[in-house]
Design a protein around this ligand. Structure first.
Ligand SMILES: Nc1nc2c(c(=O)[nH]1)N[C@H]1C(S)=C(S)[C@@H](COP(=O)(O)OP(=O)(O)OC[C@H]3O[C@@H](n4cnc5c(N)ncnc54)[C@H](O)[C@@H]3O)O[C@H]1N2
Ligand code: MOO
Length: 402
């Protein structure tokens, strides 16, 4: 007996989708999580919910780009009238023809200055400074030269990395509008699994409990707990999902329950819960039985196959785009890189293969049977090898940054 014989089949339009379409569907399925403001110190790794704009021009004042002398019109020598140091506005009267001010890099350039002459190009004698006649504006960063006030500097959906944090601070922001990391609960199923020590006969050491939290983090999510759920009695998975339903998670990842065996409870749960199917199986290898569905209360359910490399492939196929969609990020475009090596393509399916990439070409690592993580552990990327790929032709790469 198989369980599917007793449960309603998901719609055919969700079934056995081409790999690229499955990614697109998983990304398009969710509405982005609601936005909130967080201090800059808590924004790293989150996603901008609105465009980042600068409230004032950048730079905000005419700024010296060199230590030296700000000089007024006319040829030198110039009479040195004062000192402009970084940190204060120039409050003196404008520089006249033949006048100069000693100036530091970053200081407010006095009104009337035509340029800054670097210190090493000048000679100072008492109250006068000598130097070559500079081109107008030389070594002055003019107000608004980088960006005018209200310029959009980064669109909504941008990942907040170190440079964006620095840019936001430079604009004068203390907080940013963000979408938080979606919270992902992990339910690892499998009565054969042990969680410490070496497996004995019939036992398998759980590889996904350790693999998934850092992967979820790298994909922009936050792990809201890893729980081990028994296969029996049937219904344990549904009980667990109900029990944890108030822990605030947005997504539940279930591993090792995607197939049609009598102990694979995920499809029963989804059918009983009247879930909305988005993806039911993907035309890829490994990992075809992966799935994505939404419970009536809006909660997302992702099914990853139990075989660990298949689960990794499925997480990059469905979970990564889902998390991008939930945070309002675009679906990452995949670089297409020439792929060499002896790779068997799969008719009608995309093969996902761990590869190294030296900057020019990608090559298979090996060690990528569905249960074996050796190749993935050493790889720079997963190559998505289409059925019509030929050696040396480009293939899309998913870079393994986590
Ligand atoms: N009649 C069919 N049987 C299977 C099909 C099918 O289409 N028809 N598909 C096969 C494929 S492909 C896969 S993949 C698996 C997926 O099955 P499940 O997701 O239900 O996973 P399990 O059967 O529980 O486990 C598969 C395999 O992986 C080991 N496993 C499970 N969890 C872990 C873990 N956390 N860490 C390490 N290893 C794990 C488990 O012991 C099994 O060896 O279904 C096929 N069958
Ligand atoms: O997804 Mo399965 O065999 O391809 O592990």
């Amino acid at each position: 007996m198989t369980v599917l014989a007793t449960t309603p089949a998901p719609p055919a339009s969700c079934r056995d989708l081409p790999w690229a379409s499955a990614r697109e569907r998983a990304h398009a399925a969710p509405a982005p999580l609601s936005a909130r403001h967080v201090p800059l110190a808590r924004a790293a790794g989150l996603t901008l919910a609105d465009a980042l704009r600068t409230p004032q021009p950048m730079p905000g004042f005419d700024t010296a780009a060199m230590d030296g002398y700000a000089v007024g019109a006319g040829p030198g020598p110039w009479r040195v009238r004062g000192i402009a140091r970084a940190g204060g506005a120039w409050t003196g009267r404008p520089l006249d023809t033949g006048e100069a001010a000693e100036i530091s890099t970053g200081a407010h350039v006095p009104v009337g200055a035509r340029a800054v002459i670097p210190l090493e190009h000048t000679d100072r004698t008492g109250t006068h400074v000598y130097g070559p006649t500079p081109a107008d504006g030389k070594h002055i960063r003019r107000t608004g030269e980088d960006a005018p006030a209200d310029a959009p500097l980064a669109p909504a959906g941008t990942r907040i990395g170190p440079a964006l944090l620095g840019l936001a601070a430079a604009c004068g922001h203390d907080t940013l509008p963000v979408r938080l990391r979606p919270r992902v609960r992990v339910l690892v199923t499998g009565d054969e699994l042990i969680h410490t020590g070496r497996p004995g006969p019939g036992q398998v050491r759980d590889a996904l409990g350790p693999l998934l939290p850092p992967l979820i983090e790298a994909l922009g999510g936050e792990t809201a707990g890893v729980h081990h759920i028994p296969d029996r009695p049937i219904g344990s998975l549904a009980t667990a999902v109900r029990t944890f339903s108030h822990d605030g998670a947005d997504v539940t990842v279930v591993t090792g329950s995607t197939s049609v065996g009598v102990t694979d409870q995920l499809r029963i749960l989804l059918a009983d819960a009247d879930a909305r199917w988005v993806v039911d199986a993907v035309a890829c290898r490994p990992g075809p039985p992966q799935l994505l569905a939404q419970l009536p209360d809006g909660h997302w359910m992702v099914g990853l196959p139990g075989n660990p490399f298949a689960a990794l492939v499925a997480a990059h196929t469905l979970l990564a785009p889902l998390l991008a969609g939930l945070t309002g990020r675009p679906l990452p475009a995949l670089p297409r890189i020439p792929l060499t090596g002896d790779i068997r393509t799969a008719p009608g399916r995309t093969r996902l293969i761990p590869v190294t990439w030296d900057g020019l070409a990608a090559r298979p690592v090996g060690g990528h049977r569905p249960a074996f993580l050796h190749g993935a552990a050493l790889a720079d990327a997963l190559a998505a090898v289409a059925p019509d790929w030929r050696p040396g032709h480009p293939a899309p790469l998913i870079l393994l940054t986590g």
